[in-house]
Design a binder for this molecule. Structure first.
Ligand code: NAP
Length: 221
C-alpha cells in the first residue's frame, strides 16, 4: 500500500513509518518543516512539506495517489486552545475532504482516550478532547473507510507488542511503539473499518487484539 502519514515527523508517526516500510509498504510523510525531511527519509519515507494549518497548502495534491491516510498530527502539549481546533479538529476535517476528493479510501485517526465523553469546561485539555471528539465524528460521517484509535497516556517505554482494546478500557498508559504497531495492524485489517476503540498496554498480542475490535460495542465507544 501507499500510506500517507499526516504529521509525519511525530513520535508515533516515525515509529509507524519504520514498521510500514519494513513490511514493504510505501510511506509518504507529510511534515510542516522542511528541516524534518532528512529525518523522515532516514525512516524510509518520502517526505512532503504540507502544513495542514496553512490555507495555501495543497492538501489534495499531498494525499493524491495514496491508498490510505493516517492522521497522526497533533498540536502538542505546549499549544493553546486555538491550535487544538486548527490541528486536531480542522486538520482531520481538511484531510478527510482531501482524501474524499482524491479517492484515497482508507483513513485511520489517532484520537485519544476521553474523546468518547469529553468534559464541557474551558480547560485546554477539555478543548482538546472536544476537538478530538468532533474530528472523530467528522471522519466517521465521511464516505471513507475509517477506524478511530484512542490510545491512553503515551510513553516512550519500549514496545511490548501486547495491548488491551475495548470501548472503555479504563485509564492506562501505552508505549508509542505499541500504538504504532496497532496502527500498522489496523491498516491491513479491514474488520476494523467503521470502528472506534480505546487501547492501552495489556496482555493481548497486537494482531489478536486488533482482530477483536469488530466486537467492541459501538454505543459504548
Ligand atoms: N500525549 C498523550 O498521552 C496522548 C494520548 C493519546 C493520544 N494522543 C494523540 O496522539 C498524537 C500523536 O502523538 P505523538 O506523541 O506522536 O505526537 P507528536 O510527537 O507531538 O507529533 C505530532 C506531529 O504533528 C505535527 N504537526 C503539528 N501541527 C502541524 C501542522 N499544522 N501541519 C502538519 N503537521 C503538524 C507536529 O509537527 P512539528 O514537529 O512541526 O510540531 C508533530 O510532528 C498526539 O498529537 C495526540 O493527539 C496523545
Amino acid at each position: 500500500m501507499i500510506i500517507t502519514v499526516v504529521g509525519g515527523h511525530g513520535q508515533i508517526a516515525r515509529r509507524l513509518t519504520r514498521l510500514l516500510t519494513a513490511d514493504g509498504h510505501t510511506v509518504r510523510a507529510l511534515v510542516r518543516d522542511p528541516a524534518q525531511l532528512d529525518d523522515v527519509a532516514a525512516d524510509g519515507a518520502e517526505g512532503v512539506v504540507c502544513d495542514i494549518e496553512d490555507a495555501a497548502a495543497d492538501v489534495e495534491a499531498a494525499v493524491a495517489g495514496s491508498d490510505a491516510l493516517v492522521f497522526a498530527a497533533g498540536a502538542g502539549p505546549g499549544s493553546g486552545p486555538e491550535r487544538k481546533v486548527t490541528v486536531d479538529q480542522q486538520g482531520v476535517e481538511r484531510t478527510v475532504a482531501a482524501a474524499e476528493a482524491r479517492g484515497v479510501g482508507r483513513y485511520v485517526v489517532v484520537s485519544a482516550m476521553g474523546a468518547g465523553d469529553p468534559p464541557d469546561d474551558d480547560e485546554v485539555f477539555s478543548v482538546y478532547l472536544r476537538a478530538k471528539a468532533e474530528a472523530d465524528r467528522i471522519a466517521l460521517a465521511s464516505s471513507l473507510d475509517v477506524t478511530v484509535v484512542r490510545p491512553g497516556g503515551l510513553t516512550d517505554d519500549p514496545g511490548t507488542g501486547q495491548v488491551t482494546v475495548g470501548a472503555d478500557v479504563g485509564r492506562g498508559e501505552i508505549p508509542r511503539d505499541d500504538v504504532a504497531a496497532v496502527l500498522a495492524a489496523v491498516l491491513v485489517d479491514g474488520t476494523t473499518i467503521g470502528h472506534t476503540f480505546e487501547v492501552v498496554g495489556g496482555p493481548t498480542p497486537v494482531a489478536e487484539a486488533v482482530a477483536e475490535v469488530a466486537a467492541v460495542p459501538e454505543d459504548e465507544a
